[in-house]
Ligand binder design. Structure first.
Ligand SMILES: Cc1ncc(COP(=O)(O)O)c(C=O)c1O
Length: 374
């Protein structure tokens, strides 16, 4: 007899973006938003600057790194970096999920750079990191949100390097330790690990990235929305809250609320612990059930934010499970990414409570038995 679990998760949202709001979230937290005011007013700029400063503080960024709020979420931030910086030297690209493949595509087919080497791996695996030539620029994703694979450590990147390292870390920032001194450009969005709102991206630049922006003018037109420098000078205001165009002050306030929550639970170390503990809950489940396994079989490269699972079932049966869990309102948005192999993906970042995840997994077991007995 397949007993239906009694309890349901308090928060059944396990989407890998936009991710769950932090526990206790309420719209009341947005009351200080300067709505109806110009983002260039003193009040508006102060709130944007606060987001930048709090981000630097929570992530313990090196004091000479810059952080800017940019349009179009993480995609906007990474594309800005690629279009402004690349072309000065050869480029290596590491791809191990769909987003990495998108950046490789743009570098080869849109930017049409000629000296490009793309190192790809199948879903669940990491390319051989030792192939990278650090006299080239490197573009890579820290955590493959669609493959459940992460880069295990940063020491494959030398401290002394000729090229720049450009890292899409949207599902890693606020969840994993990043070796900032080895990264020249890091991008992420508000909607990901801290469960903020969509549409705004964050661009982190090292002094070496700034130097490139000020010494190299890319041989291509750049629309205003992408421009980071003018006449050989970085647009510094962008990194102090003078955004390129109009941001949403409501979304900014939401990000500030998420940062406040992150601080209140103990900052970055606590966020990392919460996420790792969530992965442990899934690992316990996988250990106990022979019909489910991690897409990333090597624990060293297994993501603890976007946790991807393979299930020994036909894709139609898997869809039935997903539909059943949604119907019961116990787990939403847990299908694997549309381009990834069929499977399940549970977001395990810090805003997800382990107790909710454990309950959702009990329901998964129930749903598996329901659909296999039909
Ligand atoms: C690794 C990675 N890069 C880029 C993106 C695109 O992010 P956004 O929609 O915030 O631009 C995502 C979204 O899930 C992602 O996971």
């Amino acid at each position: 007899m397949n007993k239906k679990p009694d309890a349901k998760p308090r928060n059944p949202y396990f989407s890998s973006g936009p991710c769950a709001k932090f526990p206790g979230y309420s719209l009341m937290a947005l009351q200080e938003a300067p709505l109806g005011r110009s983002h260039r007013s003193a009040a508006g700029k102060a709130r944007l600057k606060k987001s930048i400063e709090k981000t630097k503080e929570l992530l313990a960024l090196p004091h000479d790194y810059l952080v800017g709020i940019v349009p179009a979420s993480d995609t906007g931030a990474i594309e800005m970096a690629l279009w402004n910086l690349l072309g000065e030297r050869a480029v290596d690209v590491l791809c191990f999920d769909s987003f990495g493949r998108e950046w490789a595509y743009d570098i080869v087919h849109q930017l049409k750079l000629e000296e490009v080497r793309v190192f790809s791996a199948e879903y669940g695996f990491l390319p051989d990191l030792s192939q990278v030539d650090f006299d080239h620029d490197l573009v890579f994703t820290w955590n493959g949100t669609t493959s459940g694979v992460k880069v295990p450590r940063g020491d494959f990147i030398p401290l002394n390097r000729g090229g720049l390292t450009i890292c899409d870390a949207t599902s890693a920032v606020f969840a994993m330790e990043l070796p900032w001194e080895r990264l020249d450009v890091v991008t992420f969005s508000w909607q990901k690990v801290l469960g903020g709102e969509a549409a705004h991206g964050m661009l982190v630049l090292s002094p070496r990235a700034v130097e490139r922006l000020e010494s190299y003018t890319p041989p291509r037109p750049l629309p205003k929305i992408f421009r980071l420098a003018k006449e050989g000078k970085l647009l510094r205001g962008l990194f102090e809250g003078s955004t390129i165009n109009t941001p949403s002050m409501l979304c900014n306030e939401d990000y500030l609320a998420a940062l406040g929550w992150a601080e209140s639970v103990g900052g970055l170390p606590a966020l990392i612990r919460r996420s790792e503990s969530n992965l442990q809950a899934v690992a316990n489940f996988v250990d106990d059930h022979e019909w489910v396994r991690f897409l990333a079989s090597d624990p060293a490269i297994r993501s603890h934010t976007s946790v991807c699972l393979s299930v020994d079932l036909a894709p139609e049966k898997l869809q039935e499970i997903i539909a059943l869990l949604e119907e019961e309102q116990v787990a939403f948005d847990i299908a694997s990414y549309r381009e990834a192999p069929p499977g399940l993906r549970f977001w395990c970042g810090a805003t997800v409570e382990r107790s909710d995840l454990e309950l959702a997994l009990q329901w998964l077991q129930w749903a598996y038995h329901e659909v296999t007995k039909r």
